[in-house]
Design a protein around this ligand. Structure first.
Ligand code: HEC
Ligand code: HEC
Ligand code: HEC
Ligand code: HEC
Length: 104
């Protein structure tokens, strides 16, 4: 299976910087699938959605989604992401068009 490259450099730097504080996660996560780059503003989503478990369904301590969502332990992250992200955006009346998330 083709591996999807995901840039977490910024995320790691930030995670490191705040590690001493609390495990609040990265400011943003940049995914780079072939369909087009997706910038997920984690901090701003945290601000809007106070319940971390809406996304971190097993608890934040379980670590990154892709630890499990690799296509063997659980369904690939891409598929789950589309369902989770788009369903919520839909209920909030936001656009579900591809280019809302995927930028060239
Ligand atoms: C809208 C969905 C969403 C919400 C809400 C959310 N996160 Fe995340 N979070 C993510 C995604 C997606 C990643 C990237 C995971 C990956 O790279 O596989 C992530 C990554 C993280 C990471 C770094 C990777 C890890 O799991 O160790 C931490 C820490 C984290 N989030 C903490 C939190 C905390 C604390 C809250 C609540 C205050 C929260 N998140 C709310 C989606 C969310
Ligand atoms: C410790 C392992 C683990 C981690 C970490 C994890 N998941 Fe899951 N997730 C699972 C399993 C197992 C299932 C159910 C089996 C399946 O659907 O493949 C699941 C199911 C889901 C579902 C479908 C829920 C439903 O009701 O159908 C979504 C959406 C999802 N995960 C998103 C995420 C996101 C986003 C993250 C990171 C913020 C994450 N998961 C982190 C293991 C994990
Ligand atoms: C539980 C609800 C919810 C989930 C889950 C969610 N979002 Fe959002 N998202 C929002 C809301 C609310 C906005 C705010 C739009 C605004 O302020 O105009 C937003 C805005 C955005 C934006 C526009 C830029 C920004 O941050 O304002 C992008 C891109 C985005 N989301 C990507 C994602 C991705 C990728 C995921 C899945 C990893 C995701 N979202 C999961 C609720 C959600
Ligand atoms: C709410 C945000 C969002 C929307 C809307 C969205 N996507 Fe995605 N898409 C993502 C994220 C996040 C990933 C995961 C990237 C990863 O796992 O590295 C992804 C991954 C993909 C991939 C995987 C590409 C690869 O390289 O494996 C394809 C294909 C894709 N999306 C197509 C679409 C299409 C077609 C639409 C419109 C019908 C769409 N997406 C709408 C967020 C979104």
């Amino acid at each position: 299976m083709r591996s999807i490259s995901i840039i977490l450099i910024l995320a790691f730097i930030l995670a490191g910087a705040i590690m001493s504080n609390a495990n609040t996660g990265p400011e943003k996560v940049v995914f780079e699938p072939t369909k087009g780059k997706v910038t997920f503003f984690h901090f701003s989503h945290q601000g809007r959605i106070s319940d971390c478990q809406k996304c971190h369904h097993n608890g934040v301590e379980e670590g990154p989604c892709r630890k499990c969502h690799d296509g063997s332990k659980a369904e690939r992250f891409m598929r789950k992401t589309h369902i989770l992200c788009r369903n919520c955006h839909k209920t909030k009346g936001l656009s579900t068009s591809c280019t809302f998330c995927h930028k060239k």
